[in-house]
Design a protein around this ligand. Structure first.
Ligand SMILES: Cc1ncc(COP(=O)(O)O)c(C=O)c1O
Length: 329
């Protein structure tokens, strides 16, 4: 299938409009001057400002997962995550907007005084079930779905992070949006993003393949997963996403770089580099990052800039995937 018709199919895939699009691409010369002695063209793609329920990358993915036809007869949305899950925040808000019950299966103890996303989960009216370990989440989601069916209702189980082939289409469109904002003419472009469950990276990969551009690299900085595993999973999802829109072009595997060098001691545990990144973005750009995802992704980007891994004259984009409510958690 030609690029044109696959792109048309992608644009026409049914979705619920939740996000405020396009998000701005903000030139960031002040931050760039702080990070490099040499001229650096740095911008931030503000997906923290997708708008709905305090925004972030989950909004674009959930537009597809919660498409109107998938919601027919659905009485309850069920999903899972950590106690400060951004994905659970946006799913709970979408359930509120759509007039459905929401059950969140969260691993970790019930907080005494919920803050950040934990507070928002409850504010949006979600019913919380806690499990002692993340390995139990799937089983509990399925159990909740069976109980909803026994009561005569119908549950839609949204996979963790909405990182499905369908959800990833939100980031294939985001790549198209970003590339049109960036234009052409520079010798190269480097897009830095946080990655975990892989849907964002999968969509960016598919969108880049469909764009036909060879001048763009994507660097995905892991929040938890091993780099190789993360890349394989994202490529697999991107292939499934391509099948959904009838796209058979090659994926730009060699221009998708994954790294787990900035995870530190583990998921959600700050590192000196992520704490520095959060401070630098706040003080030199007025932009709030989060400690779990974007702080570590920014630490990765800063390292690449400072160690000269980006050739002179090439443009750098930091994709801000949101998550900032967790900073107040
Ligand atoms: C703020 C934020 N950034 C990045 C990610 C990673 O995105 P993905 O799960 O699509 O890899 C997540 C979710 O896990 C997130 O909440």
């Amino acid at each position: 299938m030609s690029v044109g018709s696959a792109m048309e199919r992608l644009r026409r895939v049914e979705r619920s409009r939740l996000a405020n699009l396009p998000t701005p691409l903000v030139p960031s010369p002040n931050l760039a001057a702080h990070l490099s002695d040499r001229p650096l063209d740095l911008s931030i793609k503000m997906d923290a400002e997708t708008g709905f329920a305090l925004g972030g990358n989950k909004v674009r993915k959930l537009e597809f997962e919660l498409a109107p036809s998938r919601l027919e007869g659905v009485t309850c949305l069920i999903t899972a995550g950590g106690p400060q899950s951004n994905h659970c925040r946006v799913t709970a808000a979408a359930a509120a907007l759509l007039g459905r019950r929401c059950v969140l299966v969260l691993n970790g103890p019930e907080p005494r005084n919920p803050t950040g996303n934990a507070l928002l989960h409850r504010l949006f009216g979600a019913e919380i079930r806690t499990v002692s370990d993340r390995s139990l989440r799937e089983e509990f989601m399925n159990r909740e779905a069976r109980e909803e069916a026994d009561r005569g209702g119908k549950a839609l189980v949204v996979p963790i992070g909405a990182s499905t082939a369908l959800g990833s289409l939100g980031y294939a469109l985001a790549m198209e949006e970003l590339l049109s904002q960036l234009g052409t003419g520079a010798p190269g472009y480097w897009i830095f993003t946080s990655s975990s469950s892989g849907g964002t990276l999968a969509g960016l990969t598919l969108g880049l393949s469909m764009s036909g551009r060879y001048d763009v690299h994507v660097v995905a900085v892991s929040a938890d997963t091993k780099a190789g595993e993360m890349k394989d999973h994202a490529l697999d999802l991107a292939r499934q996403g391509a099948a959904l829109v009838g796209w058979s072009g090659d994926l730009p595997e060699d221009r998708i770089i994954t790294t787990d060098a900035f995870v530190g001691e583990g998921y959600g545990k700050p590192t000196p580099e992520s704490s520095e990144a959060i401070e630098v973005f706040a003080r030199h750009q007025g932009v709030v990052l989060d400690p779990v995802y974007t702080g570590k992704a920014a630490a990765g980007m800063i390292h690449w800039i400072r160690t000269g891994m980006i050739p002179d004259g090439q443009k750098v984009v930091f994709l801000h995937t949101g998550g900032h409510p967790a900073l107040l958690g």
